[in-house]
Design a protein around this ligand. Sequence first.
Ligand SMILES: C[S@@+](CC[C@H](N)C(=O)[O-])C[C@H]1O[C@@H](n2cnc3c(N)ncnc32)[C@H](O)[C@@H]1O
Length: 272
Amino acid sequence: MSHKLGLIRIFFQISKSFACERSVINDATKTDTSWVGLYYGQFQNQLKGKIVLELGCGDCLNAAVMAKLGAKVYANDISQKSGKIIKELNSKCNFQFPLQFIEGDFLFAEVNHDYFDFVIGKAFVHHLTEEQELEFTKKIVTILKPNGVVRYFEPAVNSKFLDYLRWLTPVPGRPSIIQRNKFKNWKLNDPHPERDNSSKHYKIIGNEYFEYTKIVPIGAIERFCKLIPTSKYNRPLRRISYKVERLLPKSLNLLLTRSHLIEYKNPKKNYR
Ligand SMILES: C[S@@+](CC[C@H](N)C(=O)[O-])C[C@H]1O[C@@H](n2cnc3c(N)ncnc32)[C@H](O)[C@@H]1O
């Protein structure tokens, strides 16, 4: 989170210099997993003049980046904090189209039909139950243009063994699963519902509601960089690992992956 807050501060400070903004965006989209994933395939070059809705915009940094890249961005979050950040971003950044905040649960929000080119979710869908995800998907189908695209970047759980290893390893703020009582207490406040986060799950939903579905695994090798102590080599190593994992056979890459880009294209409008 502190890295993210640092990025927001940089965004405010450099918002007058396009070259600096570009270099921050370039660095993040080559190094930081969620940015590497969401911007996979040079997404930054697809945004100019497009109408975009970001769901679960959180700290609004990605919404700001998309607006800086020339998109007209609507940002939704259930938390009012995001609305306050958007006000500040609009007053300090020189956006061609100021960010528009849609407050509250997306399912109750009034949004134009056939209006958006893109619906974006960055580390958002795994916060929904599978039932909520279905309701969200049905609404997204109605608000996207017929050639509209959904892009989600989400954690992936495709190997039970690797997932168990992840729970075994304590991280700051989350004890290991073998520290039973501490883990149980931590779980009580965990905002993530029990749900299927596999690539297969997203593929099934995509095939049902959209003409095209693509899943791109991200982090099969990069996930192991977290085990290396922080040093000046950490970020370069991560950049190399994203390139090396592209060389793995797709099935192995999918099995080992830590996260994935999910892309759905052309909503099946007969679901209205
Ligand atoms: C893990 S955060 C991701 C934030 C941001 N996209 C990012 O990449 O940093 C998930 C966000 O989803 C929001 N959220 C959860 N349920 C929601 C809902 N039903 N409607 C809108 N936002 C929701 C939370 O408030 C939170 O800001």
